[in-house]
Design a protein around this ligand. Structure first.
Ligand code: BES
Ligand code: MN
Ligand code: ZN
Length: 505
């Protein structure tokens, strides 16, 4: 689908989209269209429940006096509440309600909104971004889909004052969407196609954008002593990989300023390309969901694409640990004791608590090699976080209040919300083991917290945050800018974190 921006103009074909604010007040373009159609717009408003509330809309088919397929009046709600997020949602709804428009063309007239905070060009850019995000589909394996289910829409044109600025702003947002789509693609791929080696190859494609990508083989990880990660991988015929991505976008500094300032920030992801549970095998029902147990890694890869795509002025490292967790003759057993790269030993009491084992070595490796300013890891780590927060928030666990605060704010700004959960010594003791330095599961209570506590043992003094995204990585229903399926939750959030706090001006 093509999204474009042009000077204000009245639409002569396709679907014409105009706006009303709360109370049903028409914008100037809507007024004009009302006149042109002999008052059809006002009549339709009176006859319906449409009040111009955000997320409300009204459609008038083939209004007399025009050659339009339809007029769609979208509600914007109260002008003072019209944020970039609200504009994105509106854009998403425009797409969702015109995707089958027979003419294939939508023209959106964006006027300045009285009493609103955002200029028309920014509203248009944000609407375009929202429409684009909603238009995502993963259809590559559907060879017999009925035409009646496929989108027809070819183009959305926004007409607004300052359209060149709208275009410029949209082009940057489009790079973030590229990252989001990359993540959604990766998370949607089936596990026979996407496994550690093939996922690493996908990450390698970021080199085209100037990202440095290194792939660590299992042999290499063995030499590095990554016994925790490799223990998970050993039951699978698919060999483990670790991918290290570096985007060095910060302007070079003079030597006198020292090297500390140039330390990168780091994002890490759990990349279990399929989680059967291993010997502690999962029940059959719903096991197919575990193809998206690489969601954390998918987000880190998509994030690197977004940052490189928009040439973020920051030095960023991405590390993903990729394994398949399978039962088998060589699989790890409950009771095994493995030695992590940190030297700490782990008693594996449940082979289904594998994500923390993968991240333990990834976090340690990242900390030792890069000495980053902070590490943020993402993982579909526990079912328990879904019990706590459902699909409304991802769990946030951290040893650092500043980092936590910034993450929470960034999440609110992009509507990927985080809820901070506690960590502490009492919880830490729950993973002490009699046989080794720690065990990989706690007791019955606080399953997400003991998992976080486990990761905490591998970050040293580095400021760190863990996002448990098990409840938000996949969605069963459409939302305005997120169609059902892989959500890419985390890409927009972390891009925003970088933009707000870690880019040189
Ligand atoms: N990948 C799962 C967590 C998960 C469950 C993600 C459901 C998404 C939906 C993780 O590896 C796991 O199996 N965790 C166990 C831990 C337990 C054995 C301590 C869990 O949550 O049951
Ligand atoms: Mn598991
Ligand atoms: Zn898992």
């Amino acid at each position: 689908m093509r999204i474009s921006f042009d000077k204000p103009a009245q639409a002569s074909n396709g679907v014409a989209v105009v706006f009303a604010t709360a109370g049903g007040k028409l914008t100037p373009s809507a007024e004009k269209l009302d006149k042109k159609t002999g008052g059809a717009v006002q009549r339709a408003i009176k006859a319906s429940h449409f009040k111009g509330d955000a997320d409300q809309f009204l459609k008038i088919w083939t209004p007399a006096g025009t050659r339009l397929e339809a007029v769609m009046v979208m509600g914007l709600g109260k002008p003072e509440a019209l944020t970039d997020l609200q504009a994105q949602k509106t854009g998403g709804l425009i797409y969702a309600n015109t995707r089958r428009a027979k003419s294939g063309t939508v023209n959106v007239a964006v006027d300045p909104v009285d009493g609103g905070k955002l200029p028309a060009n920014e509203l248009a850019a944000q609407m375009g971004y929202g429409a684009l995000l909603r238009s995502y589909r993963f259809g590559k394996y559907r060879t017999k889909e009925k035409d009646s289910a496929k989108p027809i829409l070819k183009s959305i044109k926004f007409g607004c004052p300052g359209h060149l600025n709208a275009r410029r702003s949209y082009n940057v947002l489009g790079k973030i969407a590229d990252g989001v789509f990359f993540t959604r693609d990766l998370v949607s791929e089936p596990p026979n196609i996407l496994y550690p080696e093939s996922l690493a190859n996908e990450a390698k494609k970021l080199e085209k954008l100037g990202v440095k990508v290194e792939i660590l083989t299992a042999a290499r990880m063995k030499r590095l002593g990554m016994g925790a990660l490799l223990g998970v991988a050993q039951g699978s015929v698919r060999e483990a990989r670790m991918v290290v991505m570096q985007w060095n976008g910060a302007p070079k500094r003079g030597k006198s300023e020292g090297s500390r300032a140039d330390a990168p920030i780091a994002f890490l992801g759990k990349g279990v390309t399929f989680d059967t549970g291993g010997i502690s095998i999962k029940p059959a029902a719903g096991m197919e969901d575990m193809k998206w147990d690489m969601g954390g890694a998918g987000v880190v890869i998509g994030l690197m694409r977004a940052l490189a795509g928009r040439k973020a002025k920051a030095n960023v490292v991405g590390v993903v640990g990729l394994v398949e967790n399978m039962p088998g003759g060589n699989a790890q057993r409950p009771g095994d004791i493995v030695t992590s790269m940190s030297g700490q030993t782990i008693e594996v009491l449940n082979t289904d608590a594998e994500g923390r084992l993968v991240l333990a070595d990834a976090l340690w490796y990242c900390k030792e090699r890069f000495k980053p300013k902070f590490m943020v890891n993402l993982a579909t780590l526990t079912g328990a976080i879904i019990v706590s927060l459902a699909d409304q928030y991802a769990g946030l666990f951290s040893n650092n209040d500043t980092l936590s605060g910034r993450l929470t704010k960034a999440g609110e700004a992009v509507d990927e919300k985080l809820w901070r959960m506690p960590i502490g010594d009492g919880y830490d003791r729950m993973i002490d083991s009699d046989a080794a330095d720690m065990k990989n599961i706690g007791g019955r209570g606080g399953g997400s917290i003991t998992a976080a506590q486990f990761l905490h043992r591998f970050v040293g003094k580095t400021p760190w945050a863990h996002l448990d995204i098990a409840g938000v990585t996949w969605s069963k229903k459409d939302a305005p800018t997120v169609p059902k399926g892989g959500t890419a939750f985390g890409v927009r959030l972390l891009d925003r974190l970088v933009k707000d706090h870690y880019e040189s001006k």
